[in-house]
Design a protein around this ligand. Structure first.
Ligand code: DAT
Ligand code: MG
Length: 150
């Protein structure tokens, strides 16, 4: 689906380390279309909603504290197989298992400081987009679309 959308977020460590531009550039040059983006300082309740599936895990409180340590950069990217391809570009959850060339494999070492978030299914992507962008996303056509998609 060339209209598939995924929610990608640079976490506080990534923003603090100045990696926002690089992460945007990777998705742009791959051919994905940016349809929403903002710097945000979500509260605890919002983050607990985002990570609701992980509530009860031993690392959950520490992970929420880390997510509250500074602003995040929230984005929605659209394009062919955006969810799965986005996850491949991020790398494995544990950066020690992320291949070089992936965002986590290039910039991170610790699972609790892994720089970025990406939706893990189309269904969760739609939920996350609604949670982070209640104001909606944009629709527009790029001039080079036919050079990127068949
Ligand atoms: P992902 O972010 O790859 O989708 P996830 O949804 O399973 O991974 O977990 C969300 C985040 O929680 C993950 O990016 C980092 C943190 N996390 C996961 N497992 C962890 C662990 N064993 N120890 C510490 N933090 C962990
Ligand atoms: Mg996840």
């Amino acid at each position: 689906n060339i209209r598939e959308r995924t929610y990608i977020m640079v976490k506080p460590d990534g923003v603090d380390r100045g990696l926002v531009g690089d992460i945007i550039a990777r998705f742009e040059r791959r051919g994905f279309k940016l349809i929403a983006a903002k710097l945000a300082s979500p509260g605890k309740e919002h983050l607990e909603k985002h990570y609701a599936d992980l509530m009860g895990k031993p690392f959950f409180p520490g992970m929420i504290q880390y997510m509250l340590s500074g602003p995040v950069f929230a984005m929605v990217w659209e394009g062919l197989d955006a969810v799965k391809t986005g996850r491949v570009m991020l790398g494995a959850t544990n950066p020690l298992e992320s291949g070089p060339g992936t965002i986590r494999g290039d910039y991170a070492l610790a699972v609790g400081r892994n720089i970025c978030h990406g939706s893990d299914s189309v269904e969760n992507a739609e939920k996350e987009i609604a949670l982070w962008f209640p104001e909606g996303v944009l629709q527009y056509t790029r001039s080079q679309e036919s050079k990127v998609f068949e």
